[in-house]
Design a protein around this ligand. Structure first.
Ligand code: MN
Length: 307
């Protein structure tokens, strides 16, 4: 982040005419892909335990390599991979190898440390569209053993004419089987032909909602891809409406109440932990991701780490 960006971001979080926080994505590069980075925000580092939201595509990867994210390390978080179209192959330092398709969840718990790579398989779908999300592990779970899980069967519930697939936590009486470490919800809502009505929310949770495909109106606010609407705690419902086929992503949870320090792919609490993790990666202590054809991702220079 440049100094200019940092100064611009200190401005008040934008509030729309209804008093709701509505922020625009920043463009970021991940490998060869340009992505919409919706979280973290300068003044809102996490929503529940969700601390990172990238939305990429839809894009054509027909006849090209597609996604190429070389081996890189993580600590202190869970990565949530969710596809809207296409396919991605996950490999990690535990020896996991898993192809993921739309409607399925890849959940990698980094805990004290793991390395992984994500690529389009050699023979891949011509389209690619998805979200990459991180969940911060709370203090009590930051040092858990690393783990990887694939969930191909997730509960779907009809809410207000939307088919809601719950991939993390619970919503509308449906609960994901995925292992979580805080009170949380992550769900995709696909509008049917009468997608209009009331979305029930947990008042103890704060939430964000964004459009991955199509458009929507949420709590009176028009949304398209690239905008993030924040709904604070104390709210029991939101009115939602969207044209058929539109897809919304709802993320929320009990406010984390912990000060995160995020640098590169690490979620920590102190600069010393970040520096130790960077040294561990440089010195090969995260283990090896097998079968990746290329060099691992080097860590950027450690600079200006602030709490
Ligand atoms: Mn990663």
């Amino acid at each position: 982040m440049s100094t200019v960006d940092a100064q611009l971001e200190i401005a008040e979080t934008p509030v729309n005419s209804l008093g709701l926080e509505l922020t625009g994505a920043k463009e970021a590069r991940v490998g060869d892909m340009t992505v919409r980075r919706l979280l973290p925000l300068r003044l809102r580092r996490s929503v529940g335990a969700w601390c990172f939201v990238d939305h990429y595509g839809p894009m054509s990867v027909d006849g090209v390599a597609g996604m190429r994210v070389p081996p890189h390390p993580h600590i202190g978080l869970q990565t949530v991979t969710w596809l809207i179209s296409g396919d991605v192959l996950h490999t990690d330092s535990l020896g996991s190898e898993q192809l993921i398709r739309p409607g399925q969840l890849n959940l990698m718990t980094a805990g004290r440390g793991i390395a992984h790579a994500e690529v389009s398989p050699a023979e891949h779908d011509p389209a690619l569209h998805g979200v990459q999300l991180w969940v911060a592990l709370p203090e009590t779970a930051r040092q858990v053993e690393p783990a990887f899980a694939h969930h191909s069967e997730l509960p779907t519930v009809d809410i207000a004419g939307f088919a809601a697939t719950v991939f993390m936590g619970s919503l509308g009486g449906a609960r994901s089987p995925a292992r979580v470490y805080s009170e949380i919800v992550g769900a995709e809502l696909i509008a049917g032909q009468d997608g209009r009505g009331t979305l029930p929310l947990q008042p103890e949770h704060e939430h964000v909602i964004f459009v991955a495909l199509g458009s929507a109106k949420v709590a009176g606010t028009a949304l398209g891809p690239g905008s993030l609407l924040y709904l604070g705690t104390g709210r029991e419902r939101a009115e939602i409406a969207a044209p058929e086929g539109s897809r919304l992503i709802l993320l929320g949870g009990v406010p984390l109440g912990e000060q995160l320090l995020m640098w590169w792919n690490f979620v920590a609490r102190t600069p010393e932990e970040i520096a130790a993790a960077a040294a561990d990666w440089r010195d090969g202590r995260f283990g090896t991701v097998a079968d990746y054809d290329g060099e691992p991702m080097p860590a950027p220079p450690l600079a200006r780490l602030r709490r």
